[in-house]
Design a protein around this ligand. Structure first.
Ligand code: ZN
Length: 143
């Protein structure tokens, strides 16, 4: 999934809203997504960067932390990502600034590549103790 920001790049201060749903899959051992990803975000051209803020939602399959059965868990996360524009890269070069943390470059100067960004965001947002249901007693043979 990528977002074309060519229009935004024409004017500093320009903004746009993105509201979309799309399917995405990752390595199943790491992150198994069972519903389309829903993304609501705002993009702003700050001159040096395209700032993206918003929310991402989806459902993933995880083993229940008590009974280990696979269960579907909703995952929702805030998003705040920055993508350096060409102007931003020139400024950084001129001032010999160190790359700031978590600023990615725009692909081909005009696209936001979302797959890797979303993978990181979702992995961070996964629940540490997923439950198939709140009353799960765990392995029934135990009691
Ligand atoms: Zn369970």
């Amino acid at each position: 999934m990528r977002i074309d920001v060519a229009e935004l790049l024409k004017r500093i201060g320009a903004d746009a809203k993105v509201e979309t749903e799309f399917k995405l899959s990752f390595d199943k051992d790491e992150l198994e997504i069972t519903k389309p990803i829903s993304l609501k975000a705002k993009l702003v051209n700050t001159g040096e960067e395209i700032l993206m803020t918003g929310k991402v939602k989806t459902t993933v399959k995880l083993p229940c932390c008590r009974c280990l059965k696979p269960c579907e868990v909703k995952v929702e996360s805030e998003l705040e990502e920055r993508f350096k524009t060409e102007a931003g890269e020139r400024i950084a070069e001129k001032l010999e600034l160190e790359d700031r943390d978590f600023v990615s470059a725009l692909s081909k100067g005009r696209y936001i590549e979302l797959d890797e960004v979303l993978r990181q965001v979702l992995l961070t947002a996964l629940p540490t103790k997923p439950l198939c249901n709140e009353n799960c007693k765990g392995d029934e043979t135990e009691s």
